[in-house]
Write a protein that binds this ligand. Structure first.
Ligand SMILES: Cc1cc2nc3c(=O)[nH]c(=O)nc-3n(C[C@H](O)[C@H](O)[C@H](O)COP(=O)(O)OP(=O)(O)OC[C@H]3O[C@@H](n4cnc5c(N)ncnc54)[C@H](O)[C@@H]3O)c2cc1C
Length: 325
């Protein structure tokens, strides 16, 4: 029986007045692709960028703040997340095209950005068709696929820092590399500007359909997963070993822990097959890392971000021994 964490009922009283919404004691398990994890004391949905900036300016310094996108690269631990979870709503999801330049809110879906660019006949955004997150999450992760990444089309990004100051920076200032963004962790991206090239709409459409088909054939896309669990050890170097190869060679394909499983289809994906706890998923991931290191000497690094607290009786180190087979 998992011990429940009591929400901080006094927190919302200490938060500044906002035009957006505060929602207390929110179950976050439905907010991630894994469909696992605990709850948030408070979720804040800012009305717009100015509201977000005012909140960050006035929020007491001891209150932790965490921004969530679509939760497609996140494992929220079973004990939940303290402080305020920030979610960017509809007012952050606009996408506008002007010639070959595109402006998108950080809450816009990557797939919608790809579709809008296709409709405008702009080449270069097709890879986003297969990435099930938001523009903001894509900036933080420098999301990429098929040899392209956000940094290849990005021109500028706008963010509000932890003190509430609005910043606009050029792509070079973000230090984007393979699944890495050098912007300070307290920056919350609010919008981004991109540059495309004019191309043939039908060709773009075909490339996007090909990406969709390739994904369906090679990844468990319609399951509860967090995408690639671990980074490739040598980044996007096409000539080096991939994380999935090392995992496969270490015999981890299909490995199970409770309701968590290493995907048979793509063994760098962990799956929640039903009632997996976040601790099941994290412990299975740690077991995969241990076995890969024992087999190949490589210590894989998590690509999935793990946030929040362990439930007291479900810390992964307590249950590592339960992994089967
Ligand atoms: C089936 C599947 C396939 C996937 N395929 C790919 C792939 O091909 N390539 C790839 O790169 N990734 C892939 N992913 C992982 C994931 O989709 C990307 O990392 C995506 O960019 C995460 O976006 P998100 O909005 O879901 O972010 P979240 O998962 O919600 O958050 C990820 C991180 O970004 C931060 N963040 C979110 N929004 C903001 C913001 N506005 N400002 C600052 N920080 C923010 C969060 O705090 C967190 O640290 C896949 C995931 C799944 C489930």
């Amino acid at each position: 029986m998992m011990a429940a964490r009591l929400p901080d009922a006094t927190l919302v009283c200490r938060l500044p007045s906002v035009r957006g919404r505060y929602i207390e004691n929110v179950d976050l398990s439905g907010s991630t692709w894994f469909r696992a994890g605990g709850s948030a004391d408070v979720v804040f949905r800012p009305a717009d960028t100015a509201d977000l900036a005012a909140f960050l300016t006035a929020c007491p310094g001891d209150v932790p703040r965490t921004v969530l996108g679509l939760g497609s690269n996140l494992l929220i631990r079973d004990g939940g997340v303290r402080g305020v979870i920030i979610r960017l709503d509809k007012s952050f999801s606009g996408i506008e095209v002007d010639g070959t330049t595109v402006t998108a809110g950080a809450g816009a879906l990557d797939v919608n950005l790809a579709r809008v660019c296709r409709d405008a006949g702009l080449v270069g955004f097709e890879f986003l068709r297969g990435i099930p997150g938001t523009v903001g999450g894509g900036l933080r992760m420098n999301a990429g696929a098929y040899g392209r990444a956000i940094r290849d089309v990005l021109v500028w990004a706008e963010a509000v820092d932890g003190a509430g100051t609005l910043r606009r920076v050029a792509v070079d200032e973000l230090d984007l590399s393979y699944r890495h963004c050098g912007a300070p962790e307290d920056w919350i991206f609010t919008a981004a500007g991109f540059q495309g090239e004019l191309g043939d709409r039908a060709d773009i459409s075909i490339r996007m359909q090909d990406i969709r088909q390739a994904r369906k054939a090679s990844q468990p896309v319609n399951t509860r997963t967090g995408g690639s669990t671990f980074k490739n050890p040598d980044g996007d170097n096409p000539n080096s070993s991939k994380a999935w190869e090392l995992i496969d060679q270490a015999g981890c394909r299909g490995l199970v822990r409770g309701g968590a499983k290493v995907s048979e289809l793509h063994c760098n994906f962990l799956i929640n097959t039903g009632g997996a706890t976040a601790a099941d998923l994290e412990a299975l991931g740690e077991e995969v890392r241990r076995r890969v290191q024992a087999h190949s000497g490589v210590m894989l690094q998590w690509e999935i971000r793990r946030i929040g607290e362990h439930a007291p009786d479900r810390a992964p180190e307590l249950i590592l021994t339960e992994v089967a087979p």
